[in-house]
Structures are given as structure tokens and as C-alpha cells.
Design a protein around this ligand. Structure first.
Ligand SMILES: [Zn+2]
Length: 65
């Protein structure tokens, strides 16, 4: 999810709605805009993926031996 805006000179900005980082500013073309959005490594998403993995890996933290 990205929030796009256009500048007065016709260039674009895009902001990630997960981490609120401005992924790109003053981008010339919509194609480039899509490229940077696709290649944004979102810290928020990475964090939630990590938490999901942690939960999946260790549903029971105690081991009997
Ligand atoms: Zn992000």
C-alpha cells in the first residue's frame, strides 16, 4: 500500500503506508514509481513477517526431556 502524490513539475512521490517512509520522491515516470514500490524493503512488513515466523516455529516453548 503506497500513497502517491504528484508535484507541480509533474514528478511523483510515493510513501509506504506501512512504515510511512517516503520510498521515492521526484520520480519521473509511473513505471519508475512502480519499480521503487516493488523494491521497497518495508521494515514494518519485515517485522510482522518475523513475528509470524517466530509464532509458527515455537507454538510451545517448553520441551520435556
Ligand atoms: Zn514500508
Amino acid at each position: 500500500m503506497y500513497k502517491r502524490s504528484q508535484n507541480d513539475n509533474g514528478t511523483y512521490n510515493t510513501q509506504c503506508l506501512h512504515c510511512f517512509i517516503t520510498v521515492a520522491s521526484a520520480v519521473q515516470t509511473p513505471e519508475e514509481l512502480e519499480w521503487v514500490e516493488k523494491h521497497h524493503l518495508c521494515p514494518e512488513k519485515a517485522l510482522s513477517n518475523l513475528l509470524i515466523q517466530e509464532n509458527a516455529r515455537a507454538p510451545h516453548s517448553h520441551h520435556h526431556r
